[in-house]
Write a protein that binds this ligand. Structure first.
Ligand code: ARG
Length: 278
């Protein structure tokens, strides 16, 4: 009998996504957005649909938030809130073009009727800048600042959610959200691109996660770290072939998806998927 050591375990997840029906690049609030580049909405929708089906096929539940007029970035549902143990810490967007998205997410949580919703007082862009590791030190929040979320919002999230938040400084504008530079691979470990972080934050990550999977710049630029993992299956951008190989070597199962149109807005898999942690 062959004993497979360290077999990766998947855990059923619940996600929230919003279709790119109104997707366009009409303004530029991150270095990836080029307002002169045409966007193919049909293709964006097709790619998004495939991502949704992929998550469902893996056994996960996907809720859909209806797209709203005038909110082209609403497809990046990860930015709408950050949930831990039944509490939804609401978002407050940095740029006025996205401000109204927060209320749409709030309405979703209130309609579900099972969430304690916390209205934020400071700028924070939800799971774009917050990650949660339920098994790391008994439950830990990793929180990014530098471009979007205000560092003071980290302590507010910590207080609202009752979990320690580790503040990490992002220093490269191409990696303007935490979720394009770092991802939870399972309940206790992460993958990240060190170059996206300040020297001090790199030391913190090395101290807390000595077994982390380190991505290189090419992986990060291919939006490989903007991934969604269920602990075993790691759904990531098809262009991130280098990272996919590293994931396989580490015992995970990479599931590649094409999201080229949504990359034009500066996001990929994770940006489109908010995890709901009841
Ligand atoms: N165009 C969006 C913005 O700049 C992209 C958001 C990407 N979302 C994410 N979770 N990183 O706000």
């Amino acid at each position: 009998m062959v004993i497979v050591k360290d077999e990766r375990m998947s855990r059923k997840r619940t996600y929230l996504m919003c279709p790119p029906e109104r997707f366009t690049v009409a303004y530029a609030i991150n270095p990836w957005m080029d307002t002169s580049a045409p966007v193919d909405v049909e293709l964006a929708l097709k790619q998004w649909q495939l991502l949704r089906e992929t998550l469902a096929r893996l056994g996960h539940t996907v809720h859909v938030l209806p797209a709203q007029d005038g909110l082209p970035d609403m497809v990046y549902a990860a930015n709408g809130a950050f949930t831990v143990d039944g509490t939804a810490f609401g978002a407050r967007f940095r740029y006025p073009q996205r401000t109204a998205e927060a209320a749409a997410h709030r309405a979703f949580y209130e309609e579900q009727g099972t969430w304690a919703y916390v209205e934020p007082t400071e700028i924070n862009e939800g799971e774009g800048d917050f990650a949660y590791l339920p098994d790391a030190y008994g439950g830990m929040i990793l929180a990014g600042y530098g471009f979007r979320t205000e560092a003071v919002a980290h302590s507010h999230a910590q207080e609202a959610l009752g979990r320690p938040a580790i503040s990490l400084q992002l220093v490269d504008p191409r990696f303007y959200h935490l979720d394009v530079a770092l991802a939870a691979l399972d309940d206790g470990n992460i993958a990240y691109y060190p170059g996206a972080f300040s020297a001090g934050s790199q030391r913190i990550l090395a101290q807390l996660f000595p077994d982390a999977l380190l991505a290189d710049e090419a992986d990060a630029l291919a939006f490989g770290l903007n991934l969604v993992s269920d602990g075993r299956n790691v759904v990531l951008n098809a262009e991130a072939t280098g990272l996919a190989a590293k994931l396989t070597a580490a015992g995970y199962t990479p599931v590649l998806v094409e999201l080229s149109e949504l990359k034009k807005g500066g996001g990929s898999v994770k940006c489109c998927v908010a995890e709901l942690r009841p």
